[in-house]
Design a protein around this ligand. Sequence first.
Ligand SMILES: Cc1ncc(COP(=O)(O)O)c(C=O)c1O
Length: 432
Amino acid sequence: MNPIAEALNSQLANTVVARTLSLFGKRIYFPKGIVAQATEAKKSATTFNATVGIALADGEPMILPTIQDNLPRLSPAEAIDYAPPGGDNRLRALWKEEMLRKNPGLVDSKVSVPAVVPGITAGISLSADLFVDEGDTVVFSELCWDNYPLIFETRAQARCFTHPVFTKQGGLNIDAIALTLRTNARNNKAVLVLNFPHNPTGYAPTKQEAEALASALVSLAEEGLNLVVLCDDAYFGLFYEEEVYRQSIFALLHNAHENLLAIKIDGATKEDYVWGFRVGFLTFGAFGLQESHFEALNQKVLGAIRTTISSSSRVGQTLLYKELSSLVYHGIKGKYARVLEERFKTVKKILETRETGKTLKALPFNSGYFMTFELSKGSSEDLRRHLLKNEGIGTISLQDRYLRLAYSSVDNRDLKALFAAVFQAADVLAEQ
Ligand SMILES: Cc1ncc(COP(=O)(O)O)c(C=O)c1O
């Protein structure tokens, strides 16, 4: 059991709570990870707060104008009526249409109609409910969003295995993904979680890497492994470099092999700058699945939704529908993406020209919200605390060796000062 859960349980010892908690209730805990560090930064990061995965401009969340304009104009039915458990049908159809537009490699009849879930987290957790039993094998990257171990290990009680993100040359470590799956699969089954653009590194595969990864996974399926691939596309669309594969890896997997079930978990959260709406989507695809299979699968999803969250936010779905069907949608969204791309370019330029901070190595990044430094010496938790206490700067430390910076939440004009402070603090700590 995780030590934090153990500590909580001993705090609760000899109470009615301890006597009545379920096994899951005993295992669950709130990690001292990203959310806890971000909460700390909210109090003390008075200079820059580069912790949270949202996009800010002048300290305010970047809201799309159509969302803002529609807020006071909704009818009661649009604002407060229950939404169907699988989501508003018009929105489901429109999200699919947009998905096909953004991913030309998708075959319309080979993917299910997306079901609405309250955010990507819920989509991942619900997929775990449906496809992960206690003791099943789940594989994800060593550096990953800290909710994966909590969902798959603590909640679903899977056996989790990790693979390094990068090769020594700095490319995606496809061999490690395939090897981790091959060596640890159990009962001819394994679940793989892919997340591109990646949290925390901000890396997305090149076209060549995406194709090589897909063919490695198809080879495993051909060997007889039943593979479920969860594509966490939280940061989809924020691709900044020419050679990056600009579709979801789901496009290469949804119709690839009869032993390979691909699940696309995406949402409006980051794609449409509505973090608190809680509107995400679950979409399935596998070679050989027909309309009748998708309908049966949809019924399972509805059952899982019905017994947990019942249905997702109606107002969020209504506003998202209006946003997606608005004539100005693509233009405005492109503008917002360019704000983030400009910040990415600024960070790249800073890293090219810096002369200090020799203990920090930037991991490869080309997309998304984040970049991550690896420390060759010292503790990233010490560095995080130092930055927070002495500079009022909020960052995220991971595994005591990595420091994640969300440049998405710092204005372009402030990035130089942010990185200068990080380099300087790293130097000060390295000399101690
Ligand atoms: C990789 C990844 N997946 C999912 C999420 C959460 O998405 P949602 O807020 O829609 O649950 C995040 C970020 O917070 C993330 O970084």
